[in-house]
Design a protein around this ligand. Sequence first.
Ligand code: ZN
Ligand code: ZN
Length: 236
Amino acid sequence: MKIQILGTRGEIKPTAPYHAKHSGVLIDDYLMFDLGEKEFLSYKPKAIFITHLHPDHAFFVRDMRESIDSKIKIYAPERFKNIPMQVLTQQWSSGPYMVTPIPTEHSIKVKSQAYLIQKGDKRILYTGDMFCIIKKYQKKLKKLGKLDLVITEASFLREGGVIRRARLRDEELFGHAGIPNLIRFFKPYTKGILLMHFGSWFYQLGTRAARVKIQELARRYDVKIYVGYDGLILCL
Ligand SMILES: [Zn+2]
Ligand SMILES: [Zn+2]
């Protein structure tokens, strides 16, 4: 499987070379996951799977006037205004590829889901933003055996990330887990972790120092970690 990381910047203003574009991952020049920039459409993927309707994952949320060619197949956890797309709750397949949505917890305003991508004996999970995977689906993941790669977010370096409680909505939680939390959570499920969707900590530290911090965590938790950048290509 060829994994091309198109964009690694979270929903923040500052940019750095190689970390300037919002989320997007292209698999085998065929399937795309998240559409943080309109320019990603030029890759002409067979199908696009959106984790959630935040603008850094779905560029068209930023501007109501945006439109997308209705011939492009777009799947998401819920619909959005006049954008042609389908709600995906079941496994999807095309040729050798299988894509399974896995509900995640992230926001109280939008639904979110990770995607398990399978091709032959290769399996990767792309999470988008999250602080948790719903328990029932954790069991399902466990049954699969080790994944080849988990691609997840890196909004916060600090332990605990930022998870808040919505006072008006039954104390529901929302936010992002910290990188250490995500590493501990995913380590039992995977051979390696690729981090993308960097938050302001990454730009404030500077990309070189940020990479060192991430590799310190990789050593501490004894797990292989790839630091994503715009344009990174990995072959599994
Ligand atoms: Zn995001
Ligand atoms: Zn988000």
